[in-house]
Design a protein around this ligand. Structure first.
Ligand code: ADE
Length: 241
């Protein structure tokens, strides 16, 4: 899977990209992330890429030319890339959305700053607009990292066990929250590991974990349970091809 990220702040990414799963996937050739500094596409003497909005008002707007020309040059190399603009105005990201996006091999992410992009960026490039939630970030970079983080989990070989993303909470085949996990020590400050987990009885352990998941889901996210009228009724199992 390849990600071309258009940003004013490429230096935000290397720390993130060097974390273990991502770094290993990049080294294994499963993931490729290319950073494009928008300033390199500026036509201004001082490499500006933003200007005051026509009609007045606070803040600065990202100019149309550098963004369009940068994306067009990426598209000439990756003609099938899906272009996504990160904005709080976009469709809200869900695991289902991640799953549907993961059919694509190539992505172009546009990270905005300031008061957003000149509308003609959207008119000309026709990107899909995605929000990672109903809150406002200082820019699209963190949102792009969130998308990369969730998408790479869908790439075969990225997670040690190929099935593990299917078991993730919120994936289409699993609408339950995770059960509680424990490791050593068996007791800490009077809090003990549940006996059942030490029993070696795998059937009983599986049952206990299912109950735990169900209890937690009921308490915290009853909307995920099938008995509740939900807008996710049409979810299909993943990987049915
Ligand atoms: N840019 C600023 N806020 C954002 C959000 N919530 N999601 C995606 N991009 C953003």
């Amino acid at each position: 899977m390849r990600f071309d990220v258009v940003t004013l702040f490429p230096e935000m990414f290397p720390g993130y990209l060097s974390q273990s799963i991502l770094n290993k996937s990049i080294e294994a050739g499963l993931i490729d992330v290319r950073l494009h500094d928008l300033r390199d596409w500026s036509k201004e003497k001082h490499k500006n890429v933003d200007d005051r909005p026509y009609g007045g008002g606070p803040g600065m707007v990202l100019m149309v030319e550098p963004v369009v020309e940068c994306v067009e040059s990426i598209r000439s190399e990756r003609p099938l890339a899906r272009t996504i603009l990160l904005t709080p105005q976009g469709e809200k990201l869900t695991q289902r959305k991640v799953e549907s996006l993961s059919d694509n091999e190539d992505f172009i992410f546009l990270c905005g700053r300031y008061e957003g992009f000149d509308q003609r960026v959207v008119d000309i490039l026709q990107p899909e607009e995605i929000s990672i939630g109903d809150f406002v970030l200082n820019g699209g970079e963190v949102a792009a990292m969130v998308l990369i983080d969730t998408l790479i989990r869908m790439v075969p070989g990225v997670l040690g066990d190929e099935n593990s993303s299917i078991q993730d909470s919120f994936s289409s085949g699993n609408r339950m929250l995770e059960f509680s996990q424990y490791t050593r020590p068996r007791e800490y400050r009077g809090f003990s590991v549940p006996e059942i987990l030490l029993s070696g009885n795998h059937g009983k352990i599986r049952e206990w974990r299912e109950q735990e998941s169900l209890k937690r889901t009921k308490e915290r996210r009853a909307d995920l349970l099938p008995s509740v009228e939900s807008s996710d009724k049409d979810i299909e199992p993943r990987n049915k091809k």
